[in-house]
Design a protein around this ligand. Structure first.
Ligand code: UD1
Ligand code: CA
Length: 461
């Protein structure tokens, strides 16, 4: 696409005052992912030579939040004297470079890579000193307005400095620019802070370039939703809604039934197969993959899990880090925790918790159980109230239940322990030793009945 070097700068030093938060604004989540992650993903797609983040306010917390991105370089802006001043701080790393500087904001997460590629193409093609990404919006309040003279951009006026006539302009500055590196830093040093906020506005560069007879171009966006800047919790919620709605539309177009898109929360990175039905109030998060012809009932939350085809999840389950084979049924009210694998046609019923366990094909655990650190074979029946006592106070211990075994209700399997093939565990047994294949384990003495007990007791009181 681009022949010159590309350097991306992302501004994220501002205070984000309107968020009223002790966390950096750009780490707040839009549809489940920090807003800055969207910007970084769009940036990475352009294969830049360098990516620099301008940080300041809460910079340590921000760097911690971005520890997973080792290729970023950071420049500190202290104090924060405006967007022009912020970009000037990158002179130390970029002034000796050539090519194009693409300026993004950490608080404008909905921009698509495709849009940015278009901006760069126009910038290179026209040979302008700067190209501004603009949009026409119905509610321009708060944005910088694009002032044009004979059709060409002449300057950008901020809301607070705009005249009543300028406030009526509906073409706004997205805050995204492509700059040719050549004249940029000298021009930034020439900016003055003669405005309502006493800040060095990057947007004043447009008028400065026009005075110097340098060309400034614009690219107008088709979809103004892309350049929504997030300054408040309300705008955060609105951006999340837009991201979710797009995702739901995509999935429905690909054959997924979503009963009530307004209350269905499906993350960007989630995949769902055709003919799957998703009921209201479902959350699918992280790197989750759902197969075809599944059914996910209301109130269920699935995180980083892989479900094959024809899996049914009943109401109100929490499933995190699990894998399920075709035909599995789970819930209602089940909790499936990380590193759990359910093989074909397994049934997990209500109030069952599983952790770090493999459950063989056709096995059933219908009610009220905890199964942790267990390897369970095929066609095993786990009775109601079965507990694997996997923690001995020091470490986690393994339970093995082999194919065809039957665990009676209200049994405790004290790990480490193995129940052999087709063995039986009687109801209410505390199993402390291995049970050989085909045998019956019972614990506790013989039952005693005390005759006439009820009447004697009543006589006493
Ligand atoms: C800015 C633009 C406005 C545009 C809008 C688009 C200026 C003067 N105004 O306004 O024309 O319509 O974005 O969303 O550029 N930042 C710093 N250091 C600072 C100040 C800000 O790094 O000293 C960062 C912020 O963290 C943020 C970005 O720059 O990521 C924009 O700053 P913000 O204060 O949100 O500007 P707006 O008032 O939204
Ligand atoms: Ca902003």
């Amino acid at each position: 696409m681009s022949s010159s070097d590309l350097h991306i700068v992302i501004l994220a030093a501002g205070k984000g005052t309107r968020m009223k938060s002790v966390r950096p604004k750009v780490l707040h989540a839009v549809a489940g992912r920090p807003m800055i992650e969207y910007v970084l993903r769009a940036a990475a797609g352009l294969k830049p030579t360098t990516t620099t983040l301008v940080v300041g306010h809460m910079k340590e917390l921000l760097k911690q939040g971005l520890a997973a991105h080792p290729v970023l370089s950071y420049v500190t802006q202290e104090p924060q004297l405006g967007t022009g001043h912020a970009l000037l701080q990158t002179a130390s790393v970029l002034e000796s470079r050539t090519g194009i500087l693409l300026l993004l904001s950490g608080d404008v997460p909905l921009l698509r890579g495709h849009t940015l590629a278009g901006l760069l193409e126009k910038h290179e093609g026209s040979g302008a000193a700067a190209t501004v990404l603009t949009a026409f919006v119905e509610q321009p309040y708060g944005y910088g307005r694009i002032v044009r003279l004979r059709g060409k951009i002449s300057r950008i006026v901020e809301e607070r400095d705009a005249s009543p006539a300028q406030r009526k302009i509906k073409e706004i500055n997205s805050g995204v620019f492509a700059f040719s590196l050549g004249p940029l830093y000298d021009a930034l040093r020439g900016l003055a802070a003669a405005n309502a906020q006493g800040e060095y506005y990057l947007t004043d560069l447009v008028a400065a370039y026009r005075r110097q007879k340098r060309a400034v171009e614009t690219v107008v966006l088709d979809d103004p939703d892309e350049i929504r800047g997030i300054n408040s919790r309300s705008e955060l919620a609105e951006a999340s809604r837009i991201v979710r709605q797009k995702k739901n539309e995509e999935l429905m177009a690909a054959g997924v039934t979503i009963e009530d898109p307004a209350t269905t929360y499906i993350g960007d990175d989630v995949a769902v197969g055709a003919d799957t039905v998703i009921h209201p109030g479902v959350h699918l998060e992280g790197r989750t993959e759902i197969g075809a012809a599944c059914e996910i009932h209301s109130g269920t939350r699935i995180i980083n899990s892989v479900l094959a085809d024809r899996v049914t999840i009943q109401n109100s389950c929490v499933i995190n880090g699990a894998r399920m084979a075709p035909g599995v049924t789970v819930g209602p009210f089940a909790h499936i925790r990380p590193e759990t694998e359910l093989r074909e046609n397994v049934h997990i019923g209500n109030f069952v918790e599983l952790k770090k366990s493999v459950v063989g094909a056709g096995t059933k655990a219908g009610h009220l159980s905890y199964l942790g650190d267990a390897t369970i074979g095929e066609n095993v029946n786990i009775g109601a109230g079965t507990i694997t006592c996997n923690y001995d106070g020091e470490k986690k211990q393994q339970t093995v239940i082999q194919d065809g075994a039957f665990i009676g209700s209200d049994s405790q399997l004290v790990a480490p322990v193995t129940i052999g093939r087709r063995a039986y565990v009687g109801s209410g047994t505390t199993v402390r030793e291995d049970v050989p294949a085909g045998s019956l384990a019972v614990s506790g003495g013989k039952q005693r009945n005390i005759e006439g007990w009820k009447d004697k007791k009543r006589g006493k009181t």
